[in-house]
Design a binder for this molecule. Structure first.
Ligand code: PMV
Length: 334
């Protein structure tokens, strides 16, 4: 047993969205999803194996750089996953966890995906175990954050939704080197959203638009997969935007409804439409939050940042792009 390990795992941005969970025990979705793994929006997590009698302890790195005990709500989210990983390890041990994020947490920017991918891989590494990417994907998914199943891989990633072992883990569609796409994130809201993704997944089937979207998905999946393989930006752009709008349409028409957008979200969407009319290769997507991910080609990145960065509601821009996936590092937190 190594005893202590640190993993940096990235967030990802979905092109085809996971929205609606059909099995909470296994965290299995109603539909397949496809995402791009990011490189700058990351979670760094250190796990130390300690004596069982010590009990689990979770710390967050503060803005000032020190470690502080995590809030009760945060610990409540992490603890069941630690319990599950302890069961998987089959050892009477406790975990000392320290974690930090390079980007706002809980604001619809996939911090749970990077967080649970980093935690899962740090536990596995601290235990001195080796797992395949398939097993890592399943373990990360069981955290309850389905999108974490995609964050254990780099590049362009698909998480199927079918039955059976081949369908339960994410797989890479193409490595990061295949297509240098960028993601400029327009940050409109830094604080955590009011309604969690979990709540959104639970309410999704209550929307009258849930079923119609399911019928559209096989074709969308085909288009997005093909667009990635052929590096066809315009085919990708149209479907990615339709998907993002549909997620929010379903959220807004769920019972009770969920409104993640802010007025600034619409401003950014309008700016993107303007840019596209001028020939700039860019499209927008949003996860369960107000912030807008602007997917673009490297040649378009400056034009996108200049135009959208000037919108008063946009508090900052994060420049990100397709990344390689998680890595083990030597620099421990605490
Ligand atoms: O993995 P969760 O439970 O945080 O849900 C993620 C949901 C979306 O980010 C909105 C879509 C997705 O596929 O990532």
């Amino acid at each position: 047993m190594i005893g202590k390990a640190t993993v940096v795992a990235p967030a990802n941005i979905a092109f085809i969205k996971y929205w609606g969970t059909r099995d909470w025990n296994q965290t299995l979705p109603f539909n397949p999803s496809v995402s791009m793994t990011l490189r700058e929006c990351v979670t760094r997590t250190t796990v130390e194996i300690v004596d069982r009698t010590e009990g689990d302890a979770v710390f967050l790195r503060t803005k000032e750089g020190s470690l502080a005990p995590a809030t009760e709500a945060f610990t409540r989210r992490v603890e069941p996953h630690l319990e599950r990983l302890r069961g998987w390890a089959g050892e009477e041990i406790s975990f000392r966890v320290a974690t930090e994020n390079s980007f706002p947490m809980g604001a619809g920017m996939a911090s749970s995906a990077s967080g649970f991918a980093a935690l899962t891989l740090a536990v596995v590494t601290a235990l001195g175990r080796q797992v395949s990417s398939e097993e890592a994907s399943v373990l990360a998914r069981l955290s309850g954050s389905g999108s974490a199943s995609r964050s254990v891989l780099g590049g362009y990633v698909k998480w199927p939704a079918g039955e059976g072992p081949e369908e339960e883990h994410a797989t890479q569609l193409a490595p990061a080197e295949h297509w240098d796409l960028r993601d400029v994130v327009a940050v409109l809201q830094e604080q955590a959203k009011e309604v969690s993704s979990r709540e959104g997944h639970e309410r999704a089937p209550s929307s009258p638009y849930f079923e119609p979207r399911q019928k559209l998905l096989p074709r969308r999946l085909e288009i997005v997969t093909q667009a990635i393989l052929e590096r066809d930006f315009s085919a990708l752009a149209q479907t990615v935007e339709e998907e993002a709008i549909d997620l929010h349409l379903i959220a807004m028409s769920s019972h009770p409804p969920i409104f993640y957008w802010r007025p600034g979200t619409l401003e950014v969407l309008a700016a993107i439409r303007r840019l596209r009319q001028e020939g700039v290769e860019v499209c927008a997507t949003m996860d369960a939050g107000a912030n807008v991910h602007m997917i673009c080609t490297p040649e378009s990145e400056t034009a996108v940042a200049d135009e959208v960065g000037a919108i008063p509601e946009v508090s900052s821009l994060i420049h990100d792009g397709v990344g390689q996936g998680p890595r083990i590092v030597d620099e421990h937190l605490g």
